[in-house]
Design a protein around this ligand. Structure first.
Ligand code: SAM
Length: 288
């Protein structure tokens, strides 16, 4: 067992847990699970499994279920534990609590009541996807899950069109095709990445423009958990060799006009400028 028992102050400890690989857990997280007076989890079975893997016994400590559907009923019980000076470790099913996961109301109430609320940070799919997407990370907006209904989804995407930041979404494999198509239609054919099964055996990153990803998802429907990362509109610094590589690739498959239109859209550049460049490349390739 890697965990050691430590003396915790009374209060609420939000603990991040792995998003796939069980060993992606911090030593401090294990110490908190080993030492808290009370454990609470969105999914008690997942937490028990994680503790088993890491050799942490629950003993006779209470383990409470706390999620969006029972929060109002269970919160008073947790507040009571805090009033008695006990320490509570809370984990959501995977990743960081409150990131598209329960915990917000609890965090707010505990802070308002003046008890200690703290966090043992760790994995989250949003940061992992940003690390791998190959898109700018200077500014990003995490938009969580888009609405299920088409009309609501399109207006949610429209509201993000002019945000000068990389956009990050969580999505299910069932809706990924519709989501990518709506994003392409609403945002334009921006660069994007579909990041799947992060930290797991079948981790996969598909990079391309939104339209390319739509085709790829049609050809090979993805399974598992997915994060979609989308570039901002026309703001990114264009890497000339990436641009040339994309143009050469497109010129191999389509006319100069179509290739420049597609690549200009993907890089957020003026079509005329890319057209001139495509003509140059096309001529150079013919001459060579
Ligand atoms: N709290 C979690 C976090 O910190 O990332 C997110 C929980 S949310 C209910 C679950 C969604 O997160 C999945 O549907 C998927 O979009 C994304 N996600 C979680 N784990 C992932 C993984 N290993 N690979 C890709 N996406 C993941």
């Amino acid at each position: 067992m890697n965990a050691k028992t430590v003396k915790l102050d009374g209060g609420l400890y939000f603990v991040a847990t792995p998003i796939g690989t069980a060993r992606d857990i911090t030593l401090r997280a294990l110490d908190i699970f080993a030492s808290a007076d009370v454990l609470a989890a969105e999914d008690t079975r997942s937490l028990r499994r994680l503790m088993d893997i890491h050799g942490i016994a629950l003993g006779d400590r209470p383990l409470l279920s706390y999620h969006d559907h029972n929060g109002a009923r269970v919160r008073p019980k947790l507040m009571q534990y805090l009033a008695e000076g006990r320490s509570i470790a809370y984990a959501s099913e995977a990743g960081t609590p409150l990131i598209a996961d329960p915990g917000y109301d609890l965090s707010k109430e505990v802070a308002e009541q003046g008890y200690l609320v703290t966090s043992a940070p760790g994995p989250t799919a949003v940061a992992t996807a940003l690390t791998l997407a190959g898109l700018p990370t200077d500014k990003f907006l995490f938009a969580g899950f888009l609405p299920n209904s088409k009309a609501a989804r399109i207006s949610a995407i429209e509201a993000l069109r002019d945000v000068p930041a990389t956009l990050v979404f969580y999505e299910s494999p069932k809706r990924i095709g519709a989501m990518l198509a709506d994003c392409a239609a609403t945002l334009g054919d921006r660069r994007a990445a579909m990041c799947r099964e992060l930290t797991k055996k079948f981790e996969e990153i598909r990079r391309g423009t939104l339209n390319e990803l739509c085709l790829s998802v049609k050809d090979a429907p993805p399974k598992g958990e997915i994060v979609v990362v989308i570039d901002r509109a026309g703001q990114s610094v264009v890497n000339v060799s990436d641009l040339e590589a994309d143009l050469r690739d497109a010129l191999g498959r389509m006319s100069v006009r179509d290739a420049s239109e597609m690549v200009a859209g993907a890089h957020g550049m003026a079509r005329r400028k890319v057209y001139q460049m495509a003509l140059g490349l096309d001529r150079a390739d013919e001459d060579g």
